[in-house]
Design a protein around this ligand. Structure first.
Ligand code: UD1
Ligand code: M6R
Length: 372
């Protein structure tokens, strides 16, 4: 089952160029010239107009599935022009969150069996909200009991650390956002750019996977650290959170992902010559702000590791000679998080192996959390 790979996690990381194709299969419709012209989600056609009339969209999940919601929130708001809010499933139940009949609640889950997410879904359903599933496992409880949804078709994910499900969840929700905005003339060119970038995504992931050797070397440098700090913003806030979750979950190394905009509100006090700082600074609307964060961190002697766009010659200079630079291929801004997470998945894998921990079955964790 693992084929040439020693661990399922590594296999699943390397499957991502194919798994995102499976998510898009039959759903990104091409014109005669082979260009992507529209999105077709069979499970959503009868529900698009209801969702468009919603008062808001709520994205809900746990762990990595919640992080995928953070990654698509900005695009979903842009394309649907609806407020999009985020909820951790356990918190929905703790707070008895106000959900209404005119809400669309989207429940994201790889397994489709996570107790908190399932219960939050039942709670939303009881309040009359339209419940949509973004689920990997066909026939799972969440897939069966939502009103409609999209199977991400990532294939079985065995490693406890979610990798390919994360990137496929993002792609599925980008497709959902595109299908919800099909009638908008003003978004026509943006939608076209996203659709053509979707077709380039498998190759971009393939290129990012070539960073494996660099990530193994970086893992050798970081394996004895006590802590890592990851900083991202905009589309890549999710990358910082998800990268940190991967490192802590499998490498059993404390790591924290923060919104770079919050840096000066506390985390900056941690910065010294010892703590490794991983900064996601690919070229998008947040780039200038990330460049200035890099300047400030460098001025405080911070130990910098940057994830940057392959064509960017600027930011490496700003970071200085001592910084480690990781170059990733560029795709449309709203899809960049799919590419940027790949080196961090590889880093967490190599850290785990070098630290001698169980890659596929981290201690104390289960693949599917079926109790509250
Ligand atoms: C479906 C078929 C797929 C086939 C394609 C051909 C299934 C599972 N999928 O894919 O094999 O190739 O038609 O047109 O038979 N749903 C939920 N909640 C969820 C996920 C999905 O209610 O969390 C519902 C959908 O609304 C839909 C059904 O399950 O009614 C199947 O969803 P999905 O597999 O995403 O639909 P298609 O892509 O059309
Ligand atoms: O199956 P689900 O997507 O509902 O699972 C949610 C979380 O338990 C899961 O993503 C968890 O955080 C992963 N182990 C992270 O890699």
């Amino acid at each position: 089952m693992k084929g040439e790979f020693e661990h399922f996690m590594k296999k699943e990381i390397h499957e991502q160029p194919e798994s995102v194709v499976q998510t898009m299969m039959g759903r990104v419709v091409k014109d005669m010239e082979g260009a992507a012209s529209r999105v077709f989600l069979g499970g959503m056609i009868n529900f698009v107009s209801t969702i468009r009339r919603s008062r808001r969209i709520v994205l809900c999940g746990c762990g990595t599935s919640y992080n995928s919601a953070i990654a698509v929130r900005q695009l979903m708001e842009e394309l649907t022009e609806l407020p999009v809010t985020l909820e951790l499933a356990s918190d929905v139940l703790d707070r008895r969150c106000p959900f209404f009949r005119d809400d669309t609640c989207v429940f994201i889950s790889q397994s489709g069996e996570t107790a908190d997410t399932l219960k939050a879904m039942q709670y939303a359903k009881d309040r009359g909200a339209l419940c949509v599933g973004i689920v990997n496992t066909v026939g799972s409880a969440i897939s069966r009991s939502t009103d409609c949804g999209v199977h991400i078709n990532a294939g079985a994910e065995i490693g406890v650390a979610s990798t390919k499900a994360y990137t496929c969840q993002i792609v599925a929700m980008v497709l959902l956002s595109l299908s919800l905005s099909e009638d908008s003339m003003s978004l026509h060119s943006r939608r076209k750019r996203i659709m053509s970038s979707l077709l380039e995504l498998p190759n971009a992931i393939r290129k990012a996977l070539l960073l494996d050797a660099q990530m193994r070397e970086l893992a050798k440098e970081l394996k004895d650290e006590n802590s890592l700090l990851l900083l991202g913003r905009g589309y890549n806030y999710a990358t910082a959170l998800e990268g940190a979750l991967k490192v802590k979950e499998v490498a059993l190394l404390h790591s924290e992902g923060i919104l770079a905009g919050e840096m000066k509100h506390g985390p900056l006090a941690l910065v010294d010559e010892v703590l490794p700082l991983i900064i996601v600074a690919t070229m998008d609307d947040s780039y200038k702000k990330q460049e200035s964060a890099v300047q400030q961190l460098r001025a405080r002697g911070g130990r910098l590791i940057l994830i940057v766009s392959e064509e960017d010659d600027e930011i490496a200079k700003t970071a200085g000679d001592k910084a480690t630079i990781v170059r990733v291929p560029t795709v449309e801004d709203c899809l960049q998080s799919v590419v940027n997470i790949v080196p961090l998945q590889l880093l967490s894998y190599h850290l785990t192996v070098l630290r001698g921990h169980n890659v596929d079955q981290p201690r104390n964790l289960a693949k599917s959390v079926t109790v509250e």
